[in-house]
Design a protein around this ligand. Structure first.
Ligand code: HEM
Length: 405
């Protein structure tokens, strides 16, 4: 047994963050080796902290459901070279623990039920068709700008009550917040811009409530013994706005690229459109776009696999590795729409599991199946360049994707 960092033989490696050039859809090849031989291994993160990297599926589920592990640096602060520990930020749902977290989650979950999301289907189908009509009026398009990004952006604007006319501002600010290449000053500026924008909208809803999520969050908060402060609500709304469009947009475009590179899988999907639900689950597993895993902090001593992690040490649940764990997914590097069940870790697991997962699923199913049906000869106009891949972002994806038909 390894005893925390006290083990003199502990080897500290660099955090594995390099995708193979030969396959931009696969995680770092080091994960396969780690799962086999060193499933809870010590790594040094770009943020400077050392962390226990957990690479096996079952261990990851245990980590993500362990209440003794804090989310104080989630989503991927371990990748941020300028990371500094700070007090919890009110409203920052992904980084809060215990009752502070549960209080915000209770306010949100009722908005994202399967029933509510299913009711959005006609709207999602209509905007998907409209964007395909607009693309078909020309001879080529950027699938990111003209399709993958606008659809989830419009849906989350509609839900929240944010004017879609402001999409350029919030998409650009989100992109800066998601990128590890942005400077600290740019990141702070983008953060401030989004929060003051949402703060102003919240101010309007306080005076004149509407039938939207912002107004309902105000009303629901007021119905509790701790109403939400405007700043707290602006931070929460910012996370919903950013998480609500960015990851799904990246999944739609990257999935399409993967499908175009796997014509046999695409043909199977066209021949049997009922495969779409299973295909979306498999694409989520295979692509694992939250590419650097989920970081946690031990507030007590815990045992993970064979390792005793000490209070005060960091742990990374390497979800991209867990999603390729051969003990859970036979032949894990194959894209196989016949896998059954939704056991992948793409939406996380446990107390912080993705609130928007049903929405993301419906958006992906409608966007991908409608695109395949309505543009059967869709193909790449030019292959993506190396610089088009978001290798240094919290969420993996494509900056642009030129297509034609
Ligand atoms: C394919 C698209 C998506 C992926 C891959 C994804 C992935 C994730 C993951 C892995 C987490 C867990 C983070 C952690 O444990 O530290 C998460 C949390 C979250 N997601 Fe998503 N997400 C997606 C779409 C969405 C959408 C459409 C929304 C809409 C609002 C959303 C809202 C959230 C929120 C609010 C949380 C925080 C939950 C909490 O801390 O309790 N996500 N997401």
């Amino acid at each position: 047994m390894t005893i925390g960092r006290l083990d003199a033989n502990a080897v500290i490696s660099e955090f594995p963050a390099t995708r193979p050039d030969s396959c931009p859809f696969d995680p770092d090849r080091a994960y396969a080796e780690l799962r086999a031989n060193d499933p809870v291994s010590l790594v040094r993160c770009p943020a400077g902290m050392d962390a226990w990297l957990v690479s096996r599926y079952q261990d990851i589920r245990e980590v993500l459901s362990d209440q003794r592990l804090s989310s104080r640096a989630a989503g991927s602060d371990h990748m941020l070279p300028s990371y500094e520990e700070h007090d919890p930020i009110p409203g920052f749902i992904t980084q809060l623990d215990g009752e502070e977290h549960a209080r915000l989650r209770r306010l949100l979950v009722g908005e994202f039920t399967v029933r509510r999301m299913e009711a959005l289907r006609p709207y999602i189908q209509r905007i998907t068709d409209e964007h395909i009509d607009a693309m078909l009026a020309g001879t080529g398009a950027d699938l990111v700008r003209d399709f993958a990004l606008p659809i989830p952006s419009m849906v989350i604007c509609e839900m929240l009550g944010v004017p879609y006319a402001d999409h350029e501002m919030f998409q650009l600010a989100s992109e800066v917040l998601m990128s590890f290449d942005a400077t600290d000053a740019d990141r702070a500026e983008a953060d401030h811009r989004l929060e003051s924008y949402l703060g102003a909208l919240i101010g309007q809803r306080l005076i004149e409530p509407r039938d939207d999520l912002l107004s309902r969050l105000i009303a629901r908060g007021n119905g509790t013994d701790r109403p939400l402060a405007v700043g707290e609500l602006a931070t929460l709304a910012k996370l919903v706005l950013v998480a609500g469009h960015d990851s799904t947009a990246n999944m739609i475009a990257l999935s399409m690229l993967l499908l175009l590179e796997n014509p046999d899988r695409t043909a199977a999907l066209r021949a049997d459109p009922s495969l779409i639900d299973a295909a979306v689950e498999e694409l989520l597993r295979y692509l694992s776009v939250i590419q650097f895993g989920l970081i946690r902090y031990a507030t007590e001593d815990v045992t993970v696999g064979d390792v005793e992690v000490k209070s005060g040490e960091w742990i990374i649940a390497a979800t991209p590795s867990g999603n390729r764990d051969e003990s859970m997914f036979p032949d894990p590097d194959a894209l196989d729409f016949d896998r059954r069940g939704r056991r992948h870790l793409a939406f996380g697991f446990g107390a912080h599991a993705c609130i928007g997962q049903q929405l993301a699923r419906i958006e992906m199913r409608i966007a991908l199946s409608t695109l395949l049906r309505r543009i059967p000869d869709l193909r790449l106009a030019t292959p993506p360049k190396e610089s088009d891949f978001k290798r240094n972002n919290i969420v993996y994806g494509l900056q642009k994707m030129r297509v034609t038909w």
